[in-house]
Design a protein around this ligand. Sequence first.
Ligand SMILES: [Zn+2]
Length: 143
Amino acid sequence: MNLKLAPNFHIKELVPESIFDQFSANEPFLVALFDDKALITLQALREQFGSTYVNTWHLGNDIGMHFRGYRPLHCNVGARCSYHKLGMAFDCNFTKVSAEEARQYILKNPQQFPHITAMEGQVSWLHFDVRPADWDGIRVFNP
Ligand SMILES: [Zn+2]
């Protein structure tokens, strides 16, 4: 089964290995961990910027990343109230553009990514999320 809203991705790229191992027999359940707006946006980024990486654990190397998509509620990686824990955030890197180039493009073309409400600035990956916001447009948070 494919991710209908993000057809260029496999669920393995979006969840940690432990979660995949526990629930892989029920892929629709895993897909339902994500907010539709986050998946639609991930696909829109893939269409704009080309090859897009989230997790890499499935590639079988020891430093593979696990927590750039969905994070379990008790995960110690990142902020306690991270929107990754609600399936509303992704951390991505692109083959063809840097994270900073992607952020600048998104800020100049927000109509192309109407669900993004927040991004992290000054980091070497693109963190975006689709959190419910009481502001208009995209807010950039600097760590
Ligand atoms: Zn993030």
